[in-house]
Design a protein around this ligand. Structure first.
Ligand code: NAP
Length: 301
């Protein structure tokens, strides 16, 4: 019987494990894929307090190491459901069940797709959702990044170091991401902004060959020859399997406020998977701490 079962091994989940273990609680983190979460794709994190600059993968590996050295158990299994049996809560995976006194849902979010024709078919053949993972394959080539948030800006900056040309395509004139990166990108000779434009189609037989763009202001279409397109148009939650147990909002985020308390006693939500205004590395870490301490309080009651 674990005191705290944590679903999701990203920043929120791993921070919850650090706080849980330090409070003397037996803690388990269950991760369906690779530990580290979303931040592992960030080439350079520059806005975490006290750390001027660190790669996302180094940050997350340090955090995992910290949680494990404190005694947290980790397993890599896909969670298929949770249930409350009154005296205990159960986390169900493909082959096993884990009994816990409390559960923290820290499932994060997944990549939103553009929904453009050609996108699914050419994923892995020029369409990518991770510049740090796949950018090297496009060394010396022309690529496009789609999106206007921090991820798109960071991706464009990262790719500009390897690619011949980077086109940053955004559906509006204004960016959601940080001005400081926009400024740096404007100074790069091999970065070109294509604003107020959307991707109508991704074209290519076996590999991406070009994009068909729609220009919102003129209503015109144009073709953009590129070898790769990096889609960075935001994130969507993946909480359907918990919908019978905790309340979700209309967009699928777990309803919980800054106290990380969900609609179900003893089940907490931390990080990007819950309803919140600001989804940042710092707020994910903060949620991990808040949820773990709330779980400790619940167990003691
Ligand atoms: P985001 O901030 O939600 O930005 C998504 C971007 O994609 C927006 O510019 C949006 O346009 C655009 N978009 C959405 N749907 C689209 C569509 N169907 N077609 C074309 N464009 C579309 O997502 P994100 O950049 O992945 O960032 C997610 C969160 O992580 C944010 O809070 C961000 O600050 C944080 N983050 C932090 C770091 C870090 O280093 N600490 C790094 C990366 C991300 P509109 O602007 O018009 O809505």
């Amino acid at each position: 019987m674990y005191d705290i079962g944590i679903i999701g091994g990203g920043t929120a989940g791993m921070t919850a494990a650090v706080y849980g273990q330090r409070a003397g609680k037996k803690t388990l983190i269950i991760e369906g894929g690779a530990f580290g979460g979303q931040i592992t794709s960030s080439p350079n994190v520059e806005n975490y307090p006290g750390i001027a600059s660190v790669s996302g993968s180094e940050f997350s590996m340090n955090l995992l190491d910290q949680a494990m050295k404190l005694g947290a158990d980790t397993v890599t299994e896909q969670v298929t459901g949770i249930r409350d049996e009154g005296g205990q809560k159960v986390i169900v995976t493909a082959g096993k069940e884990y009994s816990c006194k409390s559960i923290i849902l820290a499932t994060g979010v997944t990549h939103r797709h553009l929904g453009a024709p050609g996108e699914e078919r050419l994923t892995g053949a020029g369409v990518s959702y991770c510049a740090t993972c796949d950018g090297m394959f496009f060394r010396g080539r022309d690529v496009a990044v789609v999106g206007g948030g921090s991820t798109a800006l960071q991706d464009a900056e990262f790719l500009s170091n390897y690619c011949k040309k980077v086109f940053l395509i955004h559906r509006r004139d204004g960016f959601r991401g940080e001005d400081s990166i926009v400024k740096r990108l404007r100074e790069k000779e091999n970065v070109e902004f294509i604003l107020s434009a959307t991707v109508k189609e991704i074209v290519g037989e076996d590999m991406v060959e070009k994009l068909i763009l729609n220009h919102k202001k003129t209503g015109e279409e144009s073709e953009l020859p590129v070898s790769g397109v990096f889609v960075a148009v935001g994130q969507i939650p993946k909480n359907e399997i918990f919908a019978d147990t905790v309340k979700l909002d209309a967009d699928g985020f777990i309803l919980a406020s800054e106290d990380c308390i969900t609609s179900h006693p003893g089940i907490f939500a931390a990080g990007d998977c819950r309803t919140k205004e600001v989804r940042q590395l710092t707020t994910a870490a903060a949620d991990g701490a808040v949820a773990a301490l709330a779980a400790c309080k619940y167990i003691a009651e």
